[in-house]
Each structure stands twice: as C-alpha cells, then as structure tokens.
Design a protein around this ligand. Structure first.
Ligand code: HEM
Length: 404
C-alpha cells in the first residue's frame, strides 16, 4: 500500500514545483486566470521533475474524470484511511454514492434556505453599521460551517473548534507557507482531534440508544447493501464531509465578494437585476474556480484527447481552474459574462467524483449573496490592502471591506 504521508509529501512538493516562481505568484493572486490560459497554451500537460503531470485542458480532464483506468488518490487527511467516497473507485464508490446522493438532492436541501438567510442576516447585523469588516472572518467563514454543524446535529458552540480543525488542514497562503514537516504535523493533529471528537459523540449516542434525527443519527442507522455502516466507515464519511463542507463554500463566498468589490460594474448588474444571481454564481464558479485542483493516478497507459500519453502509474494533478478558462470550451474565457449560457464549467468537477454537495453549495451561495447585497451594496477593498489568496481552495483569508 502507498504510504499516505509519502503521498501527501509528494503532492505538496509537486504543488511547490508547479507553483514555483511566477506561477506561484499568479496562483495565489486575485487574478490567476490569464496565467492558466498561457500555461495551457505552452504545455497542455505540464510535466514535473518527478514524472507527475498536471492536466490543464478541459477535454483531457473530462476524459480522465470518467475513465475506469484512473483511480483517485484521496486519503483521509493524510492518514492511511480512505476518504469516503472521494478515495474509492468503481463499484465501492458507486455503493457509497447511492447511499449519500439522496441526502444531498436539491429537494432535500431546499428547506435549509430559510436558516441560511436568517444566519447570513444575523451575522451582517453585527457589522453593517460599522462600515467596515474583515468579511472572510466575520461572514464567509462562520456561515457555511454553522449550517454544516446544524445539518450534522452538532452543538453550534463547537464552531470555533471546527474552524480551528479546518484551518489546520488547509493549504496556507504563500506568506505563511509551512514546511512539509509542519504541514504533515498539522494534519496529523487535525485527524487526531476530529476522530476523537466524532468518536465521543457517536459513543454518547450509542450509549443513550438515541441515534438522533440528524446526519449523524442517519449515518448510525443507515445500511449499505443490507449491512450497517461500521464505525470506521462513518468516521471516513464524516471526515470527508467536514473537509469538503467547511471550507469550500467559505472560500467561494470570499472569492465572489472580492470579485464584486473589485468590479463595481458587474456588481451593479446583479443589483439592478437580482434574477441574475443563479447565472452570476455559475459564471463566478467558472472564473474563480475556488476549488482549484484534484489528484488522480493512471492505472494503465492513457492516450489523452490532446494526444499526450500518460504512462501507467503516473500521478495526475487535475486543474479544474485551467479547464474552466479553456478557450476551446468557453468563448472569450477571460471575460466575465454574468449571463453566460451555456456555461458547462467543472468547478464542481465532473464524472465519477463530481461534487456530492453542489446543491447545498449552490443554495448557500445564492441565498447568502442575495442577503449580503440587500444590506451592503457599495463596498470596496479597504484602501492600501493587497489581497493574498490561499492555494486550494483559493480564497483571501483576510478580506477587509469598507462601505458607506
Ligand atoms: C462551492 C463549494 C464547493 C465546491 C467548489 C466543491 C468542489 C468539489 C470538487 C471540485 C470535487 C471533486 C474533487 C476531486 O475529484 O478531487 C468535489 C467533490 C466532493 N464534494 Fe464538493 N465542493 C463544494 C461544496 C461541497 C459541500 C458543501 C459538500 C458537503 C456535502 C461537498 C461534498 C463533496 C464530496 C463528498 C465530494 C466527493 C464526491 C465523490 O468522491 O464522489 N462539497 N467537490
């Protein structure tokens, strides 16, 4: 078996190689899109020194995402455990998607919209009169994490602990880039904390015989192919849901507010016509691509649509960000068109591992962005602030805005 620490180490080093010099600056800047177009033009498949590749073209990525001779490499936060369902392939993966898909359909998610609206407004109440805020810390970050805790059925008082967990598992911004050792140590600490936390909560529910009318209760009582989930299965599902759910929506909201703060013309468009929000969000998902990339491995030799051959065993770093500005799929990809239609971006991936939480994420982003723009309309980045974006998910973790 591949050692997960080794896998993480390689992934981290590879990102460093891909990110060196100008590319690093571009990737962690507010506007990396032109860099991706340029990079894909010169080398649609970027090869790093250790023979790993980065795929940048939409056709190649769509091909790989639904190819049975490709496996995922997702481990549970760098432990040797498999993240469910992202670390599974083939029939095992299908088995868990069948279990989880019905819980995250648009219909099941819709009733949560009222909670999201109320919470978005409540958070805004705290700072709207002050005329300034670090929007990431005060709004983008707590909003989806609080909703997520309530879906899970966990105490909202634990929010700060969960945010700490999230931040231990994140790629930091360039200026706080840890060494590989620090990064692995932080992840190990995060795994230990989250496992102990969930084990305590699951033990408590089992001891009282009350599973609970929430996501944790549902997992405790669900069956897959006639069998109850094991404790390890539950932990591996919860771990992935936490990573996928806590940070991605926060990052997306921060990318969107930052974009509109810097582009008042586009902001005026949605303010004048709030019916534009759904397509505006899709366009910003495409352009901003808050989740930038994923990892795969070729099980056998692959001949990509771009004509490149990938040898069996090669690690593939898949750039959703680059595919989303591929000029062969999007006319004028560097222009933001809030009415773009069709808009087949892959900000939520595609193929077997397309995002399980996309309906939840879309609903949260739509409701939250509407709520913000009903209350705060003329905001801009605070004077003198240069935004710095994290790697993946990409977001300005400090987003000082001013208005009024
Ligand atoms: C705007 C927010 C979000 C974005 C941009 C996003 C993006 C993605 C992407 C790109 C993938 C594919 C990862 C890969 O193949 O390496 C993915 C998978 C996944 N996402 Fe999301 N996601 C978001 C929100 C969520 C939320 C809120 C949840 C919680 C339910 C979630 C749960 C998952 C799961 C479980 C997978 C793995 C699916 C599988 O392996 O079959 N995501 N997401």
């Amino acid at each position: 078996m591949i050692d997960a620490n080794e896998l993480q180490r390689k992934r981290f080093e590879r990102l460093r190689a891909f990110d060196s010099g100008e590319r690093h600056e571009a990737r962690t800047s507010a506007e990396p899109q032109a860099m991706y177009v340029g990079l894909a033009e010169t080398s649609p498949v970027f090869r790093s020194a250790d023979d790993a590749v980065t795929l940048l073209r939409m056709d190649d990525i769509l091909f790989v995402n639904k190819h049975r001779d490709v496996e995922t490499t997702a481990k549970y936060l760098g432990s040797n455990r498999v993240a469910i369902p992202l670390g599974l392939d083939g029939a095992e993966h299908t088995k868990y998607r069948r279990l989880l898909d019905p819980v995250f359909t648009a219909k099941r998610i819709a009733p949560l919209a009222e909670n999201v609206r109320a919470l978005a407004d409540e958070l805004i109440d705290d700072f709207v009169d002050g005329g300034q805020v670090d929007a990431y810390k005060a709004w983008c970050e707590p909003l989806p994490s609080t909703i997520f805790l309530s879906i899970m059925g966990l105490p909202l008082d634990d929010l700060d602990d969960f945010l700490r967990f999230k931040n231990l598992t994140l790629n930091n911004t360039a200026s706080e880039q840890p060494s590989v050792e620090e990064y692995l140590a932080k992840r190990a600490e995060a795994v230990e904390w989250i496992q102990a936390y969930f084990n305590r909560e699951l033990d408590r529910r089992e001891a009282t015989g009350k599973a609970g009318d929430d996501m944790l209760g549902w997992l405790l009582t669900s069956e897959v192919e006639g069998e109850r989930l094991t404790r390890e299965n539950i932990l591996d599902i919860l771990g992935l849901l936490m990573i996928a759910g806590l940070d991605t929506v926060a990052a997306s909201l921060a990318c969107f507010l930052s974009y509109f703060a810097r582009h008042p013309d586009h902001r005026a468009q949605v303010l004048a016509d709030p019916g534009l929000w759904p397509s505006a969000i899709e366009e910003l998902m495409r352009f901003e691509s808050p989740v930038t990339d994923g990892g795969r491995r070729a099980v056998r030799d692959l001949d990509l649509p771009s004509g490149e051959r990938i040898a069996a065993g090669t690690y593939m770093h898949i750039s959703w960000s680059a595919a989303n500005v591929d000029p062969t799929h999007f006319p004028d990809p560097l222009a933001v068109d809030l009415r773009r239609n069709p808009n087949k971006h892959i900000g939520f991936a595609s193929g077997f591992h397309r995002c399980l939480g996309s309906h939840l994420a879309r609903m949260e982003m739509h409701v939250a962005m509407e709520a913000w723009h009903r209350r705060i309309t003329d905001y801009r980045i605070a004077p003198g602030v240069e935004l710095e974006y994290s790697g993946n998910p990409r977001a300005p973790h400090r987003l000082p805005l001013v208005w009024g």
